[in-house]
Design a protein around this ligand. Structure first.
Ligand SMILES: Cc1cc2nc3c(=O)[nH]c(=O)nc-3n(C[C@H](O)[C@H](O)[C@H](O)COP(=O)(O)OP(=O)(O)OC[C@H]3O[C@@H](n4cnc5c(N)ncnc54)[C@H](O)[C@@H]3O)c2cc1C
Length: 344
């Protein structure tokens, strides 16, 4: 494994901003992950696992440590009459796995079509879209545990999956090596998300669901496409806030049109709605950063933006939404090389 010096990180992220990694290496097998970790520890440097950089904002000062690009490949398939169990190495492309599953007629991840990134990153924030979350199909995650300095497997119950979160988002203890998903054979998809349901017939096929999801995502620039400037983003920049039912009731009293979604005993509010009601129009621009003209939740690099410009727009949105609704929007992407206090 080769360790490189001063590697620019912006081209390795979909937002395309930020500085350099003081050290950079690529791991193509488990042994190289262990080697990289041992090297970083010997140099007293932090190690940051990098997938496809689609949920990442790198600071203009870059990262003083080892960025390890996770490029482990391979998918194994295990079938019985009813289920298929797929184990994907962390560096496999997520949407490739979704496409293969849909083509084979295996149900469970079709609504997660078009989400950029690697399989290894899917458990980190429990990726979700259009009524599905990846935790519904993950049976276990194989990791390298930096604390115990050994490989182990965490069953779903130990991953502490929540809405856009998991144990992996809360600690940097684990490097994901592979993820195991259990999908259903010969099953008709269950569509719960109204916007998606509206695009489909009563009993759509998996392929029809995938096509509808991809079309919806493309309309919102939620598919990475070099020809679409609005997709030069990290996807949704803010997490939909989850509030107490009583707080949501009080807000609904003031704003009768406020859409609300039950989440256990709490209520999820659409951050995009809050942003637009707070006065930001799609396409709102601040220097070289802007709100996507196709989706109020995405912050876009219009070309040559710095991380500071992205942060300035993020703060402007957060301040206005807080003043208007008393809600502090939390950023969704992972911040690398910033002060920990930045993500309020
Ligand atoms: C246009 C667009 C649309 C998007 N739409 C959605 C969406 O609908 N739903 C959704 O949930 N997300 C969405 N995202 C966010 C993003 O695609 C997902 O979070 C994705 O899982 C990130 O994968 P990645 O490989 O790019 O991770 P990276 O951005 O490289 O990393 C993200 C985090 O995961 C960690 N990580 C990555 N790989 C590993 C590993 N092997 N072991 C340990 N930690 C690791 C990194 O250290 C970092 O903390 C979107 C992003 C974009 C740009």
């Amino acid at each position: 494994m080769k360790v490189l010096r001063d590697v620019p990180l912006a081209p390795l992220t979909t937002l395309q901003v930020g500085g350099r990694a003081s050290y950079f290496a690529e791991a193509t097998c488990t042994e190289e992950v262990l080697e990289a970790y041992t090297w970083a520890r010997s140099q007293n440097l932090p190690l940051f696992p990098l997938g496809s950089g689609s949920n990442l904002l790198v600071s203009d000062d870059g990262f003083e440590g080892l960025v390890l690009k996770i490029s482990l490949k391979g998918i194994t398939v295990d079938e019985d009459d009813q289920y298929v169990t797929l184990t994907a190495a962390a560096g496999e492309v997520w949407d490739k796995l979704v496409a293969q599953s849909v083509d084979a007629g295996w149900a469970g991840i079709e609504c997660l079509s078009g989400i950029p990134g690697s399989c290894g990153a899917t458990p980190i924030q429990n990726v979700g879209a259009y009524g599905q979350e990846v935790c519904q199909t993950i049976t276990c995650v194989s990791v390298y545990d930096k604390v115990e300095q050994k490989q182990k497997t965490l069953p779903n119950s130990e991953c502490r999956f929540e809405y856009r979160s998991s144990i992996f988002k809360k600690t940097d203890r684990y490097v994901v090596l592979s993820v195991t998903y259990k999908l259903q054979k010969d099953s008709t998809p269950t569509i719960t998300y109204p916007e998606l349901k509206a695009q489909l017939t009563q009993q759509p096929t998996l392929k029809e669901v995938r096509a509808a999801v991809l079309a919806l995502r493309r309309r919102k620039s939620m598919i990475v496409d070099a020809t679409d400037i609005n997709s030069r983003s990290a996807g949704s920049f803010f997490i939909n806030p989850v509030v107490d039912a009583s707080f949501a009731d009080a807000l609904r009293h003031r704003y009768p049109n406020l859409p609300t979604y039950p989440l256990g005993s709490a209520v999820k509010l659409p951050a995009a709605w809050l942003i637009e009601q707070a006065g930001f129009k799609k396409g709102y621009r601040r220097s070289r950063a802007a709100i996507s003209s196709n989706h109020a939740l995405a912050i876009v690099n219009l070309g040559g933006a710095t991380a500071a410009e992205i942060i300035a727009l993020m703060k402007e949105i957060q301040d206005k939404v807080e003043q208007t609704f008393g809600i502090i929007l939390q950023p969704e992407p992972v911040f690398l090389g910033f002060e920990p206090s930045l993500a309020r």
